[in-house]
Design a protein around this ligand. Structure first.
Ligand SMILES: Nc1ncnc2c1ncn2[C@@H]1O[C@H](COP(=O)(O)OP(=O)(O)OP(=O)(O)O)[C@@H](O)[C@H]1O
Length: 232
């Protein structure tokens, strides 16, 4: 589904990403882990078309989408959940979900939102509450639900556990694992190796913009000291 081939991202003099290859197949959860400033967000942003690549190719379902605008990439079925979730505080939970269905007909969006309430009962209870009053875990849940309203092919999650208490992180990661039921592909950026290992089929370790290790968690766990050294 997603083939990232040797991409590079540069911000002025900063080489944020260099020569990174990533593959995500339908139904897979793939994690990109690394320390602060390793290039995780820049990689996700490049795939989403939010930042321009300075080299390499991004191929989605066999189509070269390198250089496409973020709108066009979104129309091709890619949804990004930014760090912090990007929830609109002055809109209710239901209105936030409607934003996720803004390219669908009213009836299709309503049906998808009601289905989402079945998957996320906590959101159904909170449907008329303003986004700004939600807890951290609820915000993350809402942002994932919103991103899945329009049945994306590929979901990009930037540090969904950021700022959450450990018990809430487990709940959010259970939701992410639940996405595997379909053939949606998930690419998640994460700083914590153990969390990534718990849900991912495959993991890429980034250090200073380069992918320095790659493999299934069962393999990388054998080299946990090396992985931790890369995570600083
Ligand atoms: N918009 C930008 N302008 C200039 N430099 C940037 C920009 N975005 C990222 N960078 C730089 O690119 C490098 C990679 O940053 P990036 O945010 O991709 O890392 P990260 O692994 O996601 O880190 P974090 O966990 O802190 O979000 C860093 O040196 C960062 O300062």
């Amino acid at each position: 589904m997603l083939r990232v081939e040797s991409i590079a991202v540069r911000f002025g003099a900063v080489q944020a990403v260099q020569d990174v290859d990533i593959v995500v197949d339908p139904g897979e959860i793939v994690a990109v882990i690394g320390a602060n400033a390793a290039g995780k967000s820049s990689t996700l942003n490049a795939i989403a078309g939010i930042v321009k690549t300075s080299g390499g190719r991004i191929v989605l379902d066999g189509v070269d989408v390198t250089g496409w605008s973020n709108y066009r990439i979104a129309r091709a079925g890619v949804r990004q959940v930014p760090e912090g979730g990007g929830i609109l505080n002055s809109l209710t939970v239901d209105e936030n979900l409607r934003v996720g269905g803004n390219r669908m007909t009213r009836d299709d969006a309503r049906a998808a939102i009601e289905a989402s309430y079945e998957t996320f009962p906590r959101l159904a209870e909170r449907r008329n509450v303003l986004g700004g009053t939600l807890s951290g875990g609820e915000r993350q849940m809402l942002s994932i639900a919103r991103a899945t309203i329009s049945a994306p092919k590929l979901l990009l999650l930037d540090e969904p556990s950021f700022g959450l208490a450990p018990a809430i992180v487990s709940q959010v990661f259970e939701l992410v694992e639940g996405l595997k039921r379909g053939d949606i592909g998930v690419l998640v950026a994460e700083q914590n190796a153990a969390r990534a290992f718990a849900i991912a089929d495959r993991v890429y370790v980034l250090q200073q913009g380069r992918a320095v290790l790659e493999g299934p968690p069962s393999e990388l766990e054998k080299n946990s000291a090396l992985v931790e050294s890369y995570l600083g």
